[in-house]
Design a binder for this molecule. Sequence first.
Ligand code: F0G
Length: 448
Amino acid sequence: MNDAAFQQCIHPDCAATFDLGQSLYACPRCGSLLDVRYDWDRLRVPARLADFEARWQTRSQPLDHSGVWRFRELLPFAPDAMKVTVGEGQTPLQQADELAAFIGHDAGRLFLQYEGFNPSGSFKDNGMAAAFSHARMVGATRVACASTGNTSASLALYAARCGMTAWVFIGQGKIAFGKLSQALEYGGRTLQVAGDFDACMARVQEATDRLGLYLVNSVNPFRLEGQKTIMYRVLESLRWQPPDWIVVPGGNLGNNSAFGKAFIELRELGLIDRVPRVAVINAAGANTLYRLVEQEGLAWNGGCCDAGLVDRYYANMRAAGRKASTIASAIEINVPVNLAKCLRTLDATAGVVREVTDDEIRDAKAAVGKFGYGCEPASAASVAGLRKLLADGTISRGDRVVCILTGHLLKDPNATVKYHAEMGRELSNRPIPVPDDIEAIVAKIQEG
Ligand code: F0G
């Protein structure tokens, strides 16, 4: 196996290393998260990011067509024969001038990275392409995840294509129907646990330990390697000029962790000279990160973050019986597993965290849809967060901003229809009842 790539504990006092042949979801020595690391001097990396554009000429090759593997020299852990792709990552950046005007941002300065265009309709496919490649490398046949919906949809799709059995742990009544329907249709064996996402996460980790399942939640460091490529595609669309800000919803905090790692590595490799600032947006009803970082002052601190503060926070949360609750079901999470890596991203990018209410999320989602993009509730937290950051002066209207739309509009149609049926929302668009009578219909259309 390739020994220029390895796994490493992110805690600086431990920093234990492990080879690629092991399936690990935490450091066996100290329990911290793991990274996939590379000895770049022994690997071949293109001299300029623009060199990757040559792959547009050879798109008939599946690995060059994949928006993940097109950048394979920047996640070089899998031999080509093991790489899995179903055509993920065809997700161009969209300049959103009308939306910018609507929220008070300058024309030409707001871009949407619509990851809903992926095969299973969310950004998770970037991660699955990488994780399933590693699963193949270690000979896995049974894969598993806990999910608020999108991970399970993506897992079930990739498992079906790879001939593996998918075990999906979902909370009862906690998953949008679009997502559940995908997991079922792709043949995922779906365990509806009588608990919330955090309970599912704990149970799937126990089941993985006992049964040797291959776990593809974002504690799997290979998954995050795939999600780095979302940033490579953003940079490519901006002609390799980093934007000022990336604004991304935060749930289990894997995505922003992957983005931070991508930028840290690109800077180390000398491929960019400036990193964008990353803003992570929590739902106010699931705001562990916001409270810990912006209110309690939790920070990366060279990898030695204040574990006591975090433990006390969770102890208080449990004692008070506080449970996450938000319309953005994808990010309804109390205990985000990638907290430490997220702190690293915030540190490396001078990042910030904000929280947005469900009403702010719903109005932002309708605005994203009104101008012809569309996304699910959790994704709209990014645009609602941008509004907040503009209002509090953290982001200026001339800054170049990329909001990540993490999931497709059709993932959660109930949330959309409910919004538009409601009176008095900022953008509600109620169906108009008319009799089955052409004169009445014509009259209604002429009214406008
Ligand atoms: N947006 C969507 C649409 C999601 O599905 C998720 C996470 C997030 C944002 C948050 O991303 O966890 O990397 O901070 N969904 C997971 C799931 C938890 O199970 O599908 P994160």
